[in-house]
Design a protein around this ligand. Sequence first.
Ligand code: NOJ
Length: 441
Amino acid sequence: MPKGTYIFPEGFLWGTATAAHQVEGRNQNNTWYAWEQEEGRIINGHQSGLACDWWGGRWREDFDRAQAGGQNAHRLSIAWSRIQPEPDRWDEDALDRYREMLVGLRSRKMTPMVTLHHFSEPLWLAEMGGWENEAVIDAFEAFTRKAVEALMPYCNLWVTINEPNVFMLGAYIEGLFPPGKKDFNAALQVMQHMIRAHARAYKVIHELQPDARVGSSINYRGFRSASWLPWDRLAAKALHTLFNDLFPRTLKDGVFNTIRKKTSIPEAIGTQDFVGVNYYSTDMVRFSPFAAKDMYTKRFYPEDAALSESDFIANIPEGMIEAVKWAGGFGLPIIITENGVDDSKDSLRPRYILEHLHALWKIMNANLRVEGYFHWALVDNFEWERGWTQRFGLWGLDLETQARIRRPSVDLYAEICRTNGIASDTVEKYAPEVMETLFPG
Ligand code: NOJ
């Protein structure tokens, strides 16, 4: 078999990603905590509890692990509910805590990337109607100003809103995230408010920090027509337009296009410096006339795809190529802000990482500028409505003892980060089953 290394560009960001509510623990003042208290909302009645105890200081040991693993960047989120516990009160201690974390990253020679909104938000915001109330735009602007003023000495890479498309779907269409609505019109209203809030935040951040780089993270889902039938193809295309395209397209051309209706949001034009892409998997799509609640589609995984432990994710690395090609269409640099798989036994993850990074490397050679890759996640964490049933960490977590469990992928990812590439020896060692695909001959 041939030997070699697929090398990434110099200065490429290699990191992992996390989000406040999923790792910090002990936050009782946000929408997700309240949601966890309601019966039937989270699988098996799981709760975030202490989570990975980052609020108690265990971020230090996890950052040490990331640094020892050769990572030169980390993406985390800050909790709006901690920084602004009430509409008229800022918590300076919470800001100090985040300051410490960012200094902690810098002192470990890791570039911080900070997300301002990652699914959870203050209870007072929910009480005033959350993202359905237009007032959220001013509120998000004020929060952004406060947080960025405090943290900009340590960070200039910002994600305003994480996965606005998943948030819209989970919270306002499927009813799986708080506030648990199933209302398509409300979902579109929320999305427009998120776009306008993003645009405001973009402007505020640049006003405060001219050299800032600001983007959002979109969950790019591959949608492939299950056949050549025109209605299946149209169904796949409609999902792509509404799920993948809606948010970032509006930031490019100022037109909020829901297929049925176009609304102009001119203030959104040009409010991204990079496109953040979270890519996990790809669906086959069939038109389904009776499935109104699934937007008249049936989605499923290809029969031959390897599935993750909970069948939640199919290993479809070609989707990474499509995602990056699509993101490249916005004419901006790209950062892979998430990619990963639930796998407590680490039986699929090594191959998943290698195949997705190989796909990424291939498409980068088509002259698409990708600046970094953040694996989801550094350590197992609270997986929203799926509780602790899904384990996405390079490191496992024993919830009882807070002990971290070293999975083989820790060392695999460290080899990738340290060599700034994918070496044939690494593939041979961690996922020999894909050697023939990655290094044929
Ligand atoms: C994307 C979300 O941003 C993150 O919070 C979640 O844990 C991962 N997907 C895995 O489902």
